[in-house]
Design a protein around this ligand. Sequence first.
Ligand code: SF4
Length: 150
Amino acid sequence: MEKILVSACLVGDNCKYDGKNNLNKDVLSLTEYFDLILICPETFGGLKTPRLPSERNGKKVINQKGKDVTQNYIDGAYLSLAIAKENHVRYAMMKEKSPSCGVHQIYDGSFSHKVVDGMGITSEILKENGIEVFSENEIPLLLEKIKRNG
Ligand code: SF4
């Protein structure tokens, strides 16, 4: 079965910054079509759970106390990319609005719940390397694509 990279919090891993998850039953149902390869770029990059929330601010990622955590995010992104390459994945299913995994939207860096257009660091690096990245809101689009491409 084809493999797909998936943000681990979407299938119930408690790796979210607050120690919780973003379980999404529709994402879980992708097991009908794919072997899921779970990634959590923030923990891959050495950050602990729970951790302070962080937001992208241009090329940097800053946590709520003002600490620059960009390198953790970059390390986690490249480890995720290495896993994607090893497993020859074509697609990734990533958590919208996360500073790592966001696909179309992220928080604006002001910690005021304001959302702007943009990608998380890992999703951006996966896309730059030819992996098609979908958010949890785009499952029908992904399924349409695999039906078309086989
Ligand atoms: S880094 Fe991605 S997988 Fe990990 S908790 Fe955040 S959104 Fe979920």
